[in-house]
Design a protein around this ligand. Structure first.
Ligand SMILES: [Zn+2]
Length: 113
């Protein structure tokens, strides 16, 4: 389950911020997760709970922000929204798409005290 290592990464980011900014507790956390990031939200929530036990993020509420998948269609010469990585272009039905968004996962915001 790679969500575990993802959460370890997230916790690392949080602890780095805590060191730089001197906060002691995280109340909430907003995570942006792209449609193609390959993250199971339920697994992520579970992993987050396990990983953050006895850390400054133990009490943190986890908010997930879904980032839709987008791709550049060469035939249409524009950016289109797609649901799955290998979907056809919703306008022309072509498959000459280059993924431009939805692969990212990042910590967007922390609510701390
Ligand atoms: Zn197209």
């Amino acid at each position: 389950m790679h969500e575990m290592s993802l959460c370890e990464g997230i916790l690392g980011i949080i602890e780095e911020h805590a060191q730089n900014q001197g906060f002691k507790k995280v109340n909430a956390l907003w995570l942006e997760i792209g449609a193609f990031a390959g993250v199971e939200i339920e697994a992520l929530r579970f992993s987050f709970e396990v990983i953050t036990k006895n850390t400054i993020a133990e009490q943190a509420r986890l908010h997930i922000i879904d980032i839709p998948g987008t791709a550049w269609c060469m035939q249409c010469s524009k950016t289109v929204a797609i649901k799955r990585r290998f979907d056809a272009c919703p306008h022309c039905g072509g498959y000459q798409l280059q993924i431009t968004g939805g692969e990212e996962m990042r910590v967007k915001e922390l609510e701390v005290e």
